[in-house]
Design a binder for this molecule. Structure first.
Ligand code: FEO
Length: 175
């Protein structure tokens, strides 16, 4: 689909939109990291965790596309950047979810920094747009920290790990 304004015009909100371009990259980097975690869990024959992480990866792509569409809708320029190679070795499923939680905490800080920028610029549409992400990060941190807590409880008990794997495998695709 052809979208307007890839013609070099500068939006008055370009600094925020530039930072949102960086966030497109951050969200795709998250998607890539979750996909790598999913592959690791598949390699351990833990298909439930693998599925959960795969669905999470898809959700991160949707987050990236929300920024992509918002930038275009505001008359900004989308500039896609290189996505770094994610980690591909982990110590355990617990290590995976600890890293996932660290990633979500980092994304929360990125979203808050974007919101600060939008506030300082009096950029009301960006503030409104970012409210969804602020709420989403509360949810994402909660579900990943719950996963860390439950995997910690499971400890070295294979039966508990398999029970959790079964439960995580019931995660539905996102709308
Ligand atoms: Fe898009 Fe999990 O943050």
């Amino acid at each position: 689909m052809f979208r307007r304004n890839q013609s070099g015009g500068q939006s008055p909100n370009q600094p925020t939109l530039d930072a949102m371009n960086e966030q497109i990259n951050n969200e795709f980097a998250s998607a890539y990291a979750y996909l790598s975690m999913s592959a690791y869990c598949e390699s351990l024959t833990l298909p439930g965790f693998a599925r959960w992480l795969f669905v999470q990866s898809q959700e991160e792509v949707e987050h990236a596309m929300k920024f992509y569409n918002f930038i275009l809708d505001r008359g900004g320029n989308v500039v896609l950047r290189t996505i770094e190679q994610p980690p591909n070795t982990f110590d355990s499923p617990l290590d995976v979810f600890q890293k996932a939680l660290e990633n979500e905490q980092q994304v929360t800080a990125q979203i808050h920094a974007l919101y600060d920028m939008a506030l300082k610029q009096g950029d009301y549409p960006s503030q409104e747009f970012l409210h969804w992400f602020i709420n989403e990060q509360v949810e994402e941190e909660k579900i990943t920290s719950d996963a860390v807590a439950r995997l910690t409880l499971a400890g070295d008990h294979p039966e508990a790990l398999l029970m959790l794997d079964n439960e995580f495998g019931s995660r539905e695709d996102e709308e």
